[in-house]
Design a protein around this ligand. Structure first.
Ligand SMILES: [Zn+2]
Length: 352
């Protein structure tokens, strides 16, 4: 395993960010290669600790000559966002300088050729430099995993519809609870940018049936625990074994996924009708019927009629809820996976 440190120049002279990258060379040029990154949203740590749990397994496999495909791993993919704190609160989602989400506006390449990416000599902001660098590191890998987390949620994957059901084994091996399929555009997120060059190719050359691209939502921001990290590290390892990146006969891989699978259009982003304190009745993983109370918002505490109920718009599965308990009017409270398209279906990315 080789460690190198990428340097991203900051937005002012004298500032630079360091990003360790770990590489393992595989023994077979035929074997698929894999790229794994975490914390593109700088304050999302479940993927970081999952990678930390994965690494000893990879070191052991490397020492025993069991790594077949090339591996590139970036445990903390956004040192800029990780360093943003505002009044003691981490601000890892949006770049404070450009107001752009770190997982949007990645360059969309017409072919998997990193020479098309802007170099460090191009005058642009540090977040753009970071995005170009991450694509430079990841493009060309057969398996690309981008580890994130939601507010509070089950473990789930966003999978491009072009790669489903071929990626069913990935969901099964990672041990996630749900898969959300998306098509079209998602604001040039990292996963869209990772797949885009291959969608431009002739189908046979693109080998979509063996390609893996996914945004992994490892539950909620606070789900950072030793047992969960270990289980997620094992899930990642099982996926690498199943896909032939790593050889390990002691690992039982899985094929069929029995969790929730739904197109993104089925997601109901249930909004708050008013501002107030949220009292949730449901938690991620719950199943509800249309009309079930999802939450009560305490709008005018102490007053008769000061509470407003939020009801499920259709039968479904609670994928996520918010981690804060003070809501503004119109803020989304819950992601509910319905059995039919949402009347308010959002195309592309669900959130800003
Ligand atoms: Zn994220």
């Amino acid at each position: 395993m080789k460690k190198s440190v990428e340097t991203i120049r900051g937005d002012s002279e004298g500032i630079a960010y360091e990003m360790p990258v770990y590489r393992i060379s595989g023994s077979s040029t035929e074997a698929p290669s894999a790229y794994i990154q975490a914390a593109l949203h700088g304050d999302e740590l479940p993927g970081v600790v999952a990678i930390d749990a994965l690494m000893p397994k990879l070191r052991r496999a490397a020492a025993e000559g069991r790594i077949r495909g090339n591996l590139t791993i970036v445990p903390r993919a956004n040192p800029i966002g990780a360093n943003q704190l505002l009044f003691h609160a981490a601000q890892g989602r949006f770049d404070l300088g450009t107001r752009t989400n770190y997982n949007r506006d990645f360059p969309l390449l017409d072919r998997p050729d990193v020479s098309l990416l802007p170099g460090d000599d191009v005058a642009m902001s540090a977040d753009k430099r970071l995005k170009a660098r991450l694509l430079k590191l990841s493009v060309g890998h057969d398996i690309v995993l981008d580890l994130h987390c939601d507010d509070e949620g089950v473990a789930y994957l966003y999978v491009p519809e072009e790669l489903w059901p071929a990626m069913e084994d990935c969901a099964a091996n990672m041990g996630v609870d749900a898969v959300i399929l998306w098509g079209g555009q998602s604001g040039s997120s990292f996963d869209e940018a990772s797949l885009h060059p291959y969608l431009k190719m002739p189908r046979r050359q693109a080998r979509l049936e063996s390609r893996v691209v996914t945004t992994v939502e490892y539950r909620g921001t606070s789900d950072v625990y030793p047992d969960i990290a270990e289980a997620d590290g094992e899930g990642l390892y099982r996926l690498l074994v199943a896909r032939g990146v790593v050889e390990d006969t002691s690992v039982e891989t899985r094929k069929a996924f029995d969790g929730v699978v739904a197109p993104i259009e089925h997601i109901e982003m249930v909004p708050a009708a008013c501002a107030g304190a949220i009292l949730y009745d449901v938690k991620p993983g719950d199943r509800v019927k249309a009309g079930t109370r999802l939450a009560t918002i305490v709008r005018a505490p102490g007053e008769d009629g000061g509470r407003v109920e939020v009801l499920a718009p259709q039968d479904g599965y609670i994928l996520t809820r918010r981690s804060h308990r003070a809501t503004r009017a119109g803020d989304d409270l819950v992601k509910l996976v319905g059995t039919r398209p949402s009347s308010d279906a959002r195309s592309g990315a669900l959130e800003a």
